[in-house]
Design a protein around this ligand. Sequence first.
Ligand code: NAD
Length: 582
Amino acid sequence: MPATGGSPRPTEVKLGLLPGAGGTQRLPRATDLETAINMIVSGEARRASTFAGTALVDAVVDGELLPAALAFAEKVAAEARPLRRLRDRTVIEPQAEALLQFARNSVRAAAKSLPAPLQCVEAVAAAASQPFDEGMKLERAAFLQLMNTPESRALRHVFAAERLASKVEGLPADTPLREVRKVGVVGAGTMGGGITMAFVNAGFAVVLLEANQAALDKGLATIGRNYASSLSKGKISQQQLDQRLALIRPTLRYEDFGDVDLVIEAVFEDLEAKKTVFETLDKVVRAGAILASNTSTLDLNRIAAFTKRPRDVIGLHFFSPANVMRLLEVVRGDKTAPEVLATAMQLAKRIKKVAVVSGVCDGFIGNRMLARYGAAANDLLNLGATPQQVDRALERFGMAMGIFRVGDLAGLDIGWAIRKRRGAEHPQEDLSSVGDRICEAGRFGQKTGAGWYRYEPGRRDPLPDPVVEQIIEQWRKERGYTPRKVSDQEIVERCIYALVNEGSQILEERIAQRASDIDIVYLNGYGFPAHRGGPMRYADEVGLPNVVRALRRIAAESPADAAHWTPVPLLLRLAEEGKTFS
Ligand code: NAD
């Protein structure tokens, strides 16, 4: 066994399964009970060298595996060693019962409703208490049972969906790629700083440009603090820190972009600001370089038209913090060249992102759906729910964080500004919500100490706030809403089905290539629980006719907003034909 190297495939538990074919019976016999439980339940790879001296490995070699394995096999044959069978070994563990009880308790607490981890413990437990063949039978039965759980179906869907996301329709596998070695970033704010770190972490040289020295210094200081924190946590070494910082070349001059292969613009979300940047880039950046925008909502085709080379323009929509979040929406403009798209998809892999292709529309895949999710959550407040009730129900469903808590964390002013812009663009639509009142009160979330919740100075735990209750009550009165009791089930239905209906519309418009791409966006960018497989996969699991029925019921209850709740034609068609998104 080579001393290094991890598995590129997820281990069984991460697919909601257990290592069948005897894995749960042989590993404890080859190592010991505790090691087997830890490995199988966590699904994490371990260094082969940690198993030297156990029955799991015969030899640990450094360097070339094949010649060493052949030499070892020849030696065994020459010595005519007897065949060693793991099945003949017994698991010796005097404290087996206590250890298993401890494992059951901790796994139950950590895995919550996921069935696989506990089944893994039970199967390994059988290895300690029963003969090999009995243990094998028990393992087989548990494996078949797990195969049929919604959790395992969802996790296997996620695994397949991630592989599929990198495949782009209409883009041949042999599309030539452009070489990218050196990257330019415009804007050293929240996103520009994170994007710089994402590239530097993967070994790219980055030229980081700002509008003025003060902003540049501020951006660099944030990057410096980030790396210092990674160093203090032992995530990187001093040498790595020095190397990474040395890869960043700060500048105020566009001329320093002369030899970059890709520029990513991350200035303010304002079309005029983007226009100035792209017109300048068009003049200074070499022919053949890729020009990308990190815009969240603006029209990429208009941005491309600010240059004389729209074929070279693409959207690279990172998520905050960009050096941490795995998702990258790659926005394909009407004129984006195939090789620019192919290069972006390959680059995503090099900086360890999972890329999903999106067409051009307001908000692309993720934020466009988020707008509907947010509207559904706000609507629940109109009906009688509180922000904490909505968040609690969504978190119980499995969302990493409830929507109101997310808003407070990200800053409510961002969404407010977007709603105002959309309101100006679509004057016939009433986009106002109680969320506007929260912002008008100067409550922008954690950064102002108050948003949907209030925060004690220096703390991040959300505390319910009577002021918010008053704002909501006042709003209901003005708008003529009579509050009623709202169940947790209704909260989940409205919020998640709002995502599903908008996702269907996005599919219908071909903004997303496939339903599973939408799932990947929600799983990696919005904290959707992996064991639900993403919103579209969740709708499949619930049954599309059930989703349609619920949407129709909500549409009937919400006449003012019926257009958004009416099931979109694609969803209706699939439901009527007995089909699913997958
Ligand atoms: P930010 O305000 O933190 O940073 C913007 C930076 O750009 C500032 O440091 C500013 O000095 C600089 N800048 C402005 N004009 C410039 C110019 N002409 N030349 C050079 N630098 C200039 O904003 P942000 O949150 O980093 O957002 C940047 C972009 O990323 C926006 O388009 C936004 O929509 C998008 N985005 C933001 C997020 C997010 O969560 N914050 C997520 C995805 C995408």
